[in-house]
Write a new protein. Structure first.
Lengths: 284, 414
């Protein structure tokens, strides 16, 4: 209430606009705070727009991982006989597909977010980071829905998650950091180089098979198993399996390495985004 | 004296040219570019670069209503883009005091998938407003924009007129301390234009700052007290609006008498397979060019540089304030039109009688071929209309209104 009164008669604030150099804008706390309502609006918008004018609506949040789960169970499990370390196919694959789908969608939609919203970017100012970040936040809704489905399937197959399930928020944070880093980098590149639009869907497919989604990472021999965790999704996916299925040894080594890698990707993405943000309106 | 709202100092914005020829640049170019680092600082004053704004120092006080005038490409829109923080200046700086609401070109800042209602809130938060403030103004906005029935329709289904009405309503009602408006009023019907102008006057009278860009000098003159003339990115005149406009008109005439190919304000959308190089109007009796007697037949001649198939031409005659009087478009054909093979680079538009009141007029030219605009020039030519006779009636009739005279006859009691 008090805040409303204040902003109704705001003390006019002077902003200096000039060519920026170095790091300054992307994470400028005052700037982000000033536009906090907008950040919420954009995230809300991404949630409402995501499944608007679709026949199945939010069911898509679930259909995508479930579809992959069926396909993987048939081809990798039944036909190719890829080991699942003795776990039933459905929960084994779905426990990996839930965080993977969250990550892949945030990257796919996020990398296109600036170009897709060129109408806003070229007409009004706001911290541009809100675009890929809004996509990411909207993805949490899908993630929550599909996690519930995952737990239903876990119980249906007679498994019981252990206390390890409390690690899930940490794993989600790692996936979110990696996704935000990748999508800020890719969305910024996409403004300049429309190649990105074709690279991303293809890259996501490669990344899927580079991550232990369709197979357990124990298939890799050491030291490769540990080294593979520089792909942040390795720690996230294996961690998710351990945390939700209540089976196996905790893959703390993988989670640790992946967390570091995710932070590195995030910093790299933000650094590049910051460097090129000022030119978006001139190129988009 | 009122506090400063906008203060620019040494403001400059540089663009690299030739981008549209090389596309967006490919990733490969960027990657190879990393390994072939340019050692030399490029020549920023060279032909590869364009300074859309240069060395602009301008102070606008709170409550001032400022009109920006100038050719296409003089830097007006670039200035508004910098003020609204969409793009950064290359050099210099601006200090902006207060919340900025902007209305740049058509279809401003709406998300097409969201409904009108949702977009109002989105735009409000872009302006930095709290939800409660927006709610307070909501009904007013909807009523002003006349979109009650479409409030829950996604904006992508709006007509362009509806979008502009809503955009204007949002920008004007959300109480920005500084309102930037770029040429948007050209869209929308006349009654909405009038309403918008009224709203802008009201905004200005509440002590808020308005910076306004329009090609319509009559609107600028009516609305603004101060005018700034931009030419090639620099402010060349700044003062009472009437004086600035006069100076602009003088500059326009000067540029029409120069070689048209030297003009830098060509329509930015042009393809330039062919360009306008000369525009002239003459009466058919062989009198002096660019002086026509009211009611006499006349021919407007446009010379272009290259012969291009399916060339179409649109001529707009405007009065001295830039207010269009009438236009002639070859794309809308009539049986009397003649298309001759091997006609070369000269287009002619014949008028059986020039029904204009005495005064000074200008001709704007737009060339099209296929579906593309080839070239466009405002104020490509000027001419004077001298008093004459139409259907035996002297022109101008005493106390004439407007700019044109229709051939007519009366039936009256004796």
């Amino acid at each position: 209430m008090l805040r409303d009164l204040e902003s109704a008669t705001p003390a006019p604030e002077t902003i200096r606009l000039e060519a920026t150099r170095g790091f300054s804008r992307v994470l400028a706390p005052r700037e982000l705070w000033r536009y906090r309502d907008l950040a919420a609006q954009i995230a809300l918008r991404d949630i409402t727009v995501r499944y608007r004018q679709t026949l199945l609506g939010a069911a898509w949040a679930v259909l995508q991982p479930i579809g992959f789960m069926v396909v993987f169970s048939l081809f990798f499990g039944s036909l190719a006989g890829v080991t699942t370390n003795g776990l039933p196919y459905a929960p084994f694959y779905l426990a990996a597909l839930v965080p993977w789908t969250f990550f892949a969608n945030a990257m796919l939609l996020g990398s296109d977010s600036l170009v897709a919203n060129s109408g806003l970017v070229s007409k009004i100012y706001f911290p541009r980071i809100f675009m890929p970040a809004g996509i990411l936040v909207a993805g949490f809704v899908d993630l929550a829905i599909s996690t519930v489905i995952l737990l239903i399937i876990v119980f249906a197959w007679g498994l019981v998650p252990s206390a390890a399930i409390l690690v899930v928020p940490l794993l989600v944070a790692i996936a979110a950091a990696a996704a935000l880093g990748a999508s800020t980098l890719l969305s910024a590149l996409n403004v300049r180089y429309r190649d990105i639009r074709y690279v991303v869907p293809f890259g996501i497919q490669l990344w899927l098979f580079a991550s232990p989604v369709a197979y357990p990472s124990s298939l890799l021999e050491e030291p490769w198993r540990t080294i593979s965790a520089i792909n942040p999704m390795v720690g996230v996916v294996e961690g998710f399996r351990w945390a939700t299925l209540g089976e196996g040894a905790p893959p703390w080594d993988l989670i640790g390495i992946s967390a570091v890698a995710a932070v590195a990707i995030l910093l790299a993405g933000l650094a590049y985004f910051d460097r090129v943000e000022r030119g978006f309106a001139d190129y988009v | 004296m009122a506090a400063t709202a906008i203060e620019t100092e040494g403001l400059g914005k540089r663009y690299r040219l030739g981008l549209h020829k090389r596309g967006y640049g490919t990733l490969r170019e960027a990657i190879t570019g990393v390994f072939h680092k340019e050692d030399d600082e490029p020549d920023y004053d060279g032909p590869e670069f364009l300074w859309a704004l240069r060395d602009l120092s301008l102070t606008i006080r709170q409550g001032e209503v400022v009109g920006l005038v100038g050719h296409n490409g003089a830097g007006k829109s670039t200035l508004l883009k910098i003020l609204s923080r969409i793009t950064e200046p290359t050099e210099g700086h601006v200090d902006v005091t207060g919340r900025v609401g902007s209305l740049l070109e058509v279809g401003t800042g709406f998300h097409p998938e969201l409904t009108g209602r949702e977009n109002i809130f989105l735009n409000g938060s872009i302006l930095g407003m709290r939800k409660a403030e927006i709610r307070k103004r909501f009904d007013e906005i909807v009523e002003f924009a006349e979109i009650e029935r479409f409030l829950d329709t996604p904006v992508k289904r709006y007509s362009s007129g509806m979008s502009v009405r809503l955009a204007f309503a949002v920008a004007a009602h959300l109480e920005p301390e500084i309102l930037l408006v770029d040429e948007v009023l050209a869209v929308g019907d006349a009654s909405f234009q009038r309403k918008s102008l009224g709203k802008m006057t009201e905004v200005a009278s509440q002590g808020r700052t308005v910076v306004f860009v329009s090609h319509n000098l009559a609107i600028i003159q009516a609305l603004c007290e101060r005018g700034v003339l931009l030419e090639r990115g620099r402010a060349v005149a700044d003062g009472p609006v009437k004086e600035t406009i006069d100076q602009y008109l003088t500059a326009l005439e000067r540029s029409a008498s120069d070689d048209l190919l030297e003009r830098t304000d060509r329509d930015r959308r042009g393809y330039y397979d062919t360009q306008i190089c000369r525009v002239e109007i003459a009466d058919t009796s062989g009198g002096p060019a660019d002086v026509i007697v009211s009611g006499q037949p006349a021919t407007i001649t446009v010379d272009v540089t290259e012969e291009v198939p399916a060339l179409e031409c649109r001529l707009t005659i405007a009065d001295s304030l830039g207010q269009p009087v009438t236009s002639m478009d070859s794309e809308i054909s009539a049986p009397a039109d003649v298309r001759e093979p091997g006609r070369g680079t000269r287009l002619e538009c014949q008028l059986a009688s020039l029904p204009l009141l005495p005064g000074r007029y200008r001709i704007d030219v737009l060339l099209k071929a296929g579906r593309h605009i080839q070239d466009g020039l405002q104020a490509a030519g000027f001419f004077d209309v001298q008093p004459g006779v139409i259907d035996g009636r002297p022109v101008p009739p005493a106390g004439a209104d407007g700019s044109i005279v229709l051939p007519h006859a009366w039936r009256l009691p004796t």
